[in-house]
Design a protein around this ligand. Structure first.
Ligand code: PMP
Length: 314
């Protein structure tokens, strides 16, 4: 529930101000891109760039930070440490700045210049990992930093941390259920840490075991879908539950980029490339249906990808 209560004293000006802005994002219909679908099929996307840090990762970042604080993990001035491909780092940096928590992030040096600029603006300490090793390289670097000085850091490890998928089990999943009036039939979701798919999937399966859960990944190890993982060749996250997906889809970088452009130009949705990939997968599923409500997730907006060339085409 959104509240807007003005605090009486400065000491009350703490994180709940930002917390109230996390989640409760709009569920937007794809209108023109779904024009060829059966009239009884609808496709919706959760517009996650409405979160204060600009992406879906506000949800797990906030939950992981809150859980760490509640457990006293950051006592004694410990630095909060994790690896990130960008968005989780921006969310951590947003809340860490608000809470005055020192933050160290391991991030591939190949992350987009826009991401580095935002992280620097928010004051995070950055450690750069090998671009060829992608997000797995950032994980290894964070592990090394922690191993050298475990007293100095709390290593959050978003890939193994239950507070990641639980944020979606408690927030994103119930929101989708309520926003569709319990009518959702298919949930289609990209896999990165797998937190979104695992948390939402578990929640929806409990509400109605007939809901089909469809995971989506890049089609190859070397891909341009920032935030997503090719699980066959990458380190599989500890929180991943491989019993959940009913179907698994892959999407190529080129198809995702083309769809990202179409979302901007035909739907007025200026989103990131993993959203384009999610739309490709959701529309593929929707095309095979006579009736149903297909829900997917658009993790972030297009601003952080503006330096990519594909925007210039056609
Ligand atoms: N898309 C983008 C742009 C992301 O930053 C992420 C997070 N890595 C994802 C998709 C995947 O979300 P999750 O980590 O919950 O699987």
């Amino acid at each position: 529930m959104l509240t807007n209560v003005i605090p009486k004293t400065r000491s009350e000006l703490t994180l709940p101000g930002l917390e109230a802005a996390v989640g409760n994002t709009p569920l937007l219909p794809l209108q023109r891109l779904g024009a060829d679908l059966s009239p009884d099929v609808q496709v919706y996307a959760k517009a996650e760039w409405f979160n204060p840090g600009g992406s879906i990762k506000d949800r797990p970042a906030f939950n992981i930070l809150r859980t760490a604080l509640e457990r006293g993990e950051l006592e004694g001035g410990k630095r909060f440490l994790d690896s990130t491909s960008g968005n989780m780092g921006i969310s951590y940096a947003t809340f860490a700045a608000a809470l005055g928590i020192p933050l160290t992030l391991a991030i591939p040096s190949s992350a987009s210049p826009e991401r580095f600029a935002i992280l620097q603006a928010l004051g995070a300490e950055l450690k750069l990992s090998d671009p060829l090793e992608s997000s797995d390289g950032a994980i290894h670097l964070a592990q090394q930093i922690y191993a050298v000085d475990p007293q100095r850091y709390y290593y959050a490890n978003q890939y193994q941390n239950d507070a990641n998928w639980q944020a979606h089990y408690l927030g994103t999943g119930p929101e989708i259920w309520h926003q569709t009036g319990g009518q959702v039939t298919h949930f289609v979701c990209g896999l990165g840490t797998t937190g979104t798919f695992t948390g939402v999937g578990r929640y929806l399966a409990e509400q109605n075991p007939d809901i089909r859960l469809i995971s989506m990944q890049p089609d190859s190890a070397f891909h341009g879908l920032e935030g997503l993982k090719h699980l066959e060749t990458a380190a599989v996250p500890g929180i991943y539950d491989d019993s959940l997906p009913d179907w698994q889809l892959t999407v190529s970088t080129e198809t995702a980029q083309e769809m990202t452009l179409r979302l901007a130009r035909e739907e007025g949705l200026f989103v990131g490339v993993s959203s384009g990939a999610a739309a490709v997968a959701a529309l593929n599923i929707a095309r095979g249906l006579d009736e149903g409500i297909v829900v997917t997730v658009f993790p972030d907006a297009g601003y952080k990808y503006l330096s990519e060339r594909f925007w210039e085409s056609a």
